[in-house]
Each structure stands twice: as C-alpha cells, then as structure tokens.
Design a protein around this ligand. Structure first.
Ligand SMILES: C[S@@+](CC[C@H](N)C(=O)[O-])C[C@H]1O[C@@H](n2cnc3c(N)ncnc32)[C@H](O)[C@@H]1O
Length: 393
C-alpha cells in the first residue's frame, strides 16, 4: 500500500545485484545529464528512472508489486476490489453498443482477472479486453496470469502499446496517473524556477532549480499555486494530457481512474509547500526522489480537479467523484465480503483484513479517490448513489 504511513528515511539496503543495476542507471543518468548540459528537468528524470528501456523501474525486470516488491496496490490486496469495480463497469458497458473494456497499466494482471471473472458472473461480459502496457516484463506476467486464471479468455485479451483509436465502453486505470511523470515548478521570492536533477559532489545526483523558461508552465503554476508564498509542487501536465487523449478516443461510455490524491484546493494547499513526489522502495517511502534510481518507484499524488478539467476539454462530464471507501461500498463490496462465508469461517477471516485496508480512513479508504468521466448520460452510477463529492473538485 502506498500511504505516508510508511514514510521512513531508513530504507532497506539493496542486495549486490540490485546495487549493480542502480549503478548502471546512475551512469546512464550521468551521461544523459552531460548530454543536456548538466541539468535534467524533474519530468525527464522521473521518466528516465521509471521507463528508460532496460534500466527504468517499470522497464527492467524486477518484482515490483505485492508483498515481495515495493508496494501493494488495491487489486493485489483483495480480489473483492476488482469484483466490486465490476458492479460499476457492468452498467457502463450495458449503456454502450461495442462494450469495449480497456485497462491501462495492468500491473500483475490481478484487476483484469477479477473484473473479467465477475463480469462473466454478472452476465455483463465485455466484447474483449485490451491492456495498454508498455513494460515487456509486466506484459509477460499478465499474459501468464490471465492464461492460468481464465483459460476461456485466452486469445481474447489484446496487449497494446497505445490506447485504441476509438473506444465505446469503459476505460479503467488503477494507480496509473500517479506514475505519469510531472513537471515540478517552484516559486522563490516571486521568481519562477523549474526543479530538476544535476550532478552533485562525488558523482552523486542532486536536486537543483533553474529559471523557468516555459511560459505555459508558468501560467498554469501561477493559476494553481497559493498566492505569494515560496512554494514548489508538481504540475501534472502529462497525466492530464493522457486523460484528455483518452477522452477524445472515448466515443461512448466512461473512464474510471482510481488513485491517491486530492481536489485542487487540497493538492495545492499552502501547507503542502514542497509538493507530493515520493519514492517507494521495499514497502518504505521517502520524499527523496533520487534514492536508488531505477530500483525505487517514483510517484506523485493526483490533482483530481485537473483530471476533471482534462476530461472536460475532451467533452467528458464528471459522472462521480468519491473516496475509494464510498465508491467500493456503493459497488456492494460489503455484500461481497459477507458472501465469502460465515464471519467465523477461514474464508471470511482471510478476506476481511484486506477489505478493511481498502476502506479504512486511516489506510486507503480516504486518501484514494475514484473519478468517473463519461460521454453523454447513458449509464447508471450505483457507485456514486451516496457519497458523490464532485462538488469538491
Ligand atoms: C503503480 S503501477 C500500477 C499497476 C496496476 N494498475 C495496479 O494497480 O497494480 C503503474 C503502472 O502504470 C503504467 N503506466 C504509466 N503510464 C502509462 C500510460 N501512459 N499508459 C499505460 N500505462 C501506463 C506503468 O507502466 C505501471 O505499470
């Protein structure tokens, strides 16, 4: 799970093989820094450490998700997460002609398996399942997992490098927007800077800031940052462009994004004066994004107001916005939990802890949010029947 609860500067030491990988990444970063005159904007640095072929966190083969990895996501915690989500995906599919189902960044394949299994059970099968996955390592893992768990779906799941040109159905993404590299801007004494990475002492990497030379970025930061005070934060232009692009491809149906974050007034709160970027390594988190480049996941919270605005630019409307707890309860997760067995049964006792983690305000229940952006008003939205907080965006 990825919450600040785990914030701990004492990260575990990588083993020798991992250290050798980190050293390869560091050397490649130094070469890239040299080629750029010694400064790399933070967006490019995060893109490099996450996605550089054979080097980046999501591009090199290592175990990332789950107990043996660096963090645990909701689909890894409990199959009831995907089963509950299916209760809202079903009415979206029913309202469309083509019944397309597209998932971005499918991790271990757990969400695809739980969604498809439950949609089958509900008699609300999609026409196919497309996974947009750029990591060759994760793609292979997903193919194996889905092939094993759902033999009937073998050959009916497509792996794509980019979203389909036209989607009429549902797009789902869990913890994807937090993994899209943001720009980082700072205002110091009224002057605008962009944050990036440079070479520090003894060949190490260091955070640096230089004058901002991007009027578009400055305009966005000026609009979003609290007035006057010295302040630094992410401007998630690329994540918002991704949502807008998906919106333009969405001919009918809806996009559901689940992630940790806030509405804009909280994201750019004066107290959050150094932004939200964090690195995760072996279930520990640190606010230093330079730690173990290539071994640690680097992530930022989501500005859900920006997501809603990006959808609006593509002609989508907000169908609902709620905490993960409220959304999953609206999807009937507690009934599904009750159906696992008698409260004293082993099956129930195994299921109840992870569901508590998904719902508890102290864990994932409140920090994680779900936003649904739809084209037209065709679908029913049982998940937002109570607890819709769209007015907070
Ligand atoms: C934190 S992982 C989440 C994985 C999975 N959804 C889960 O919940 O376990 C983030 C994933 O998003 C993927 N991702 C980032 N940008 C993407 C994009 N533009 N299109 C598709 N996937 C993307 C990354 O490659 C990575 O696999």
């Amino acid at each position: 799970m990825r919450t600040r609860r785990d914030l701990d500067p004492a990260l575990p030491e990588p083993d020798a093989e991992a250290r050798a990988h980190a050293e390869r990444v560091r050397r490649a970063l130094v070469a890239a820094l040299d080629a750029r005159g010694g400064f790399m904007p933070m967006r490019e640095y995060v893109d490099f450490v996450l996605y550089a072929p054979e080097l980046g966190y999501y591009a090199a083969g290592a175990r990332k998700l789950g107990a043996a990895g660096d963090f645990t996501t909701a689909p890894e915690l409990s199959p009831l997460f995907g089963a509950a989500l299916a209760a809202q995906v079903a009415p979206v599919l029913e309202a469309t002609r083509a019944r397309d189902l597209v998932e971005l960044g499918a991790g271990s394949g757990a969400l695809a398996i739980d969604l498809l299994r439950e949609l089958d059970r509900l008699g609300a099968r999609p026409s196919g399942y497309a996974i947009v996955e750029t990591s060759p390592d994760l793609r292979e893992r997903q193919q194996q997992a889905i092939g094993r768990a759902l033999p009937a779906w073998r050959g009916r799941v497509a792996w794509l490098d980019a979203p389909p040109a036209r989607i009429d159905g549902a797009v789902v993404m869990n913890e994807v927007l937090d993994a899209v590299p943001p720009d980082v801007v700072a205002r110091r004494g009224g002057r605008w800077h962009e944050r990036g990475v440079t070479l520090g002492r003894a060949g190490g990497l260091a955070i640096a800031e230089r004058a901002l030379d991007d009027p578009g970025l400055e305009t966005i930061a000026r609009e979003r940052f609290p007035p006057e005070i010295d302040y630094a934060s992410e401007i998630p232009r690329a994540a918002e462009a991704l949502v807008e692009d998906l919106g333009r491809r969405l001919a009918g149906g809806a996009l559901l994004a689940i992630d940790y974050g806030f509405p804009r007034s909280e994201f750019y709160h004066p107290d959050r004066s150094e932004g939200t970027m964090m690195a995760h390594y072996r279930h520990r988190a640190t606010s230093d994004p330079l730690v173990w480049p290539g071994l640690a996941d680097v992530t930022s919270h989501v500005d859900f107001t920006g997501v809603a605005e990006a959808g609006a630019r593509a002609g989508l409307e907000v169908a609902g916005y709620a905490s993960q707890a409220s959304f999953l309860i609206g999807c009937g997760i507690l009934d599904r939990l009750a159906a696992t067995g008698d409260p004293a049964s082993a099956a129930y006792l195994r299921a109840v802890g992870p569901v508590q983690t998904l719902l508890s305000p102290a864990e994932m229940g409140e920090l994680f949010k779900v936003i649904a952006l739809e084209r037209g008003h065709a679908a029913r939205w049982p998940a937002f029947a109570r607890g819709d907080a769209s007015h907070r965006l």
